[in-house]
Design a protein. Structure first.
Length: 131
């Protein structure tokens, strides 16, 4: 099974999440890890986002480590959401009593990915949960 591991990259030691990658591999996942597998030298970031989007599309599941700050992690989560991917939250900031991104990710993990309706009018677009 193919996994895409979302985790902070910038300002993080290169081996910061390597033990998580090793654990996922030991559990039978073929892990795409952007810190290791995406060319991070793109000065704009467009190529990085494109490479990650392609790898997310190819993944069966998306594992998530988010520190509450990483914009790249948020972008990758948006791609995974749009593609209807299953997510497994490995590490997120604590949940909140109200609306928050971490609460949404936990809901997504527990209830499955959203399926967007096909109505071309966004105001009538219905979001359903996968069965």
């Amino acid at each position: 099974m193919k996994s895409f591991l979302i985790s902070p990259v910038r300002g993080v030691a290169e081996d910061r999440w390597s033990s998580v990658v090793e654990r996922l591999m030991a559990d039978g996942y073929a892990v795409y890890w952007p810190q290791r597998d995406t060319d991070q030298t793109d000065p704009i970031g467009f190529a990085i986002c494109a490479q990650n989007a392609a790898a997310i599309a190819a993944a069966d599941v998306v594992h998530v480590i988010w520190d509450g700050l990483s914009q790249g992690a948020l972008f990758d989560l948006g791609v995974a959401f749009a593609l209807g991917k299953k997510v497994v939250a490995l590490d997120l900031p604590p949940g909140t009593s109200g609306k928050s991104f971490q609460n949404m990710v936990h809901f997504w993990e527990e209830n499955g990915p959203a399926v967007l309706g096909t109505d071309p009018n966004p105001e009538r677009q219905i979001v359903k949960l996968r069965q």
